[in-house]
Ligand binder design. Structure first.
Ligand SMILES: [Zn+2]
Length: 272
C-alpha cells in the first residue's frame, strides 16, 4: 500500500510476535477469493455475507491469526523435544521421492493425525466441550471454520507440525502441503454448492464437511477427515448422501454466544 517505490528493509525474524501482517493478508485474500466464490456458486442462495454471529467469527479469525507465532513456538518446542523419534533414513528416503509423491504422503499422514485428533475430541466426553465451540456455528461460510477453542488450535497445529517434521519432506513439498491444507480448511466450511464431480469421492468437499457440522442423526460423529475420505471409510465414520445437505447445523445443546463464554465453556458449562 506504500506504492512500488517504497524501500523495503530486511525482515528480522523474531521469536514471538503478533502476526498482524499475516492477519491482514489472510483476511484481505480470503475475503476476496471466498466471498466471490460463495456469491458465484452458493449452496444457500439467501445466505448473506454478514450473517448471524459474523462478528464473533471475525473475532475468532483475528484472535487465532494473531496467535500464529505462539502456535509455531509451541510446535517447534514439541519438535525439539522429540528429536529422538526422528529418523534421518526416513527423511532421506522421502526427500528422494518425486515432489507430487511427497505431497501425497504428507496429505495422507497429516490426515491420519487429524482424523484421530478430531475423533478423540468427539469421543472423549471431557474433551468434547473444547471442540463443541467449533461446532456451535449454525451458519457455515468461509469464516465459520475460524471458530475454534484456543487450546484445540494449539493441540491440532502442534500435532500436525510434529507429523510433518517426522516425515521430513523437502521444503517445497511442505510449502505445497501447507497451502493446500490452509485453503481446504476454509473451502470445506464455505457456502459452496459447486459440483465437484468425481472429486467428491476423493477429497473432503464442503458438502462432506457440512455433514460433519450437522446436528441431526445419523450424521453426528461422522466425517472427521480433513483432506480425503479415506480414514472415514476405513474406520466406518463415513456419511455422505450423494445429493442431500444437512437441514440443521450446530450442537444439540446450545453454547454461549460470545467469545468469553465459549472460552470458559469447557470449564464452566461442562459441570452444568
Ligand atoms: Zn468435529
Amino acid at each position: 500500500m506504500g506504492g512500488y517505490n517504497l524501500p523495503i528493509g530486511s525482515v528480522e525474524p523474531k521469536s514471538l510476535a503478533l502476526g498482524v501482517d499475516w492477519l491482514i493478508l489472510a483476511f484481505l485474500g480470503s475475503t476476496l477469493i471466498f466471498t466471490a466464490l460463495e456469491k458465484i456458486f452458493p449452496k444457500y442462495k439467501k445466505q448473506v455475507i454478514l450473517r448471524d454471529e459474523w462478528g464473533l467469527d471475525f473475532f475468532y479469525f483475528c484472535f487465532n491469526h494473531l496467535l500464529i507465532s505462539a502456535v509455531l513456538l509451541v510446535g517447534n518446542f514439541l519438535v525439539s523435544q522429540s528429536q529422538w523419534i526422528m529418523n534421518s533414513n526416513l527423511h532421506n528416503l522421502v526427500q528422494s521421492l518425486p515432489l507430487a509423491v511427497q505431497v501425497f504422503i504428507l496429505l495422507i499422514c497429516a490426515d491420519f493425525v487429524l482424523y484421530w485428533e478430531h475423533r478423540i475430541f468427539h469421543d472423549i466426553p471431557r474433551l468434547w466441550p473444547f471442540h463443541a465451540v467449533h461446532h456451535s456455528v449454525e451458519t457455515l461460510d468461509w469464516l465459520a471454520g475460524s471458530r475454534s477453542h484456543v487450546s484445540q488450535v494449539f493441540i491440532e497445529r502442534s500435532l500436525v507440525m510434529l507429523c510433518l517434521y517426522y516425515i521430513g519432506a523437502t521444503q517445497a513439498a511442505l510449502d505445497i502441503y501447507v497451502t493446500i491444507a490452509a485453503l481446504q480448511a476454509i473451502v470445506i466450511h464455505c457456502n459452496l454448492g459447486f459440483d465437484w464431480g468425481i472429486l467428491k469421492y476423493l477429497i473432503v468437499t464442503p458438502q462432506y464437511h457440512h455433514w460433519h457440522h450437522s446436528s441431526e442423526q445419523p450424521a453426528i460423529d461422522t466425517n472427521y477427515a480433513a483432506h480425503t475420505p479415506l480414514f472415514d471409510r476405513l474406520f466406518k465414520t463415513y456419511h455422505m448422501p450423494s445429493k442431500h445437505w444437512p437441514a440443521e447445523y450446530g450442537t444439540t445443546k446450545r453454547l454461549p454466544r460470545n467469545f468469553v463464554g465459549q472460552l470458559l465453556y469447557p470449564f464452566t458449562g461442562y459441570r452444568k
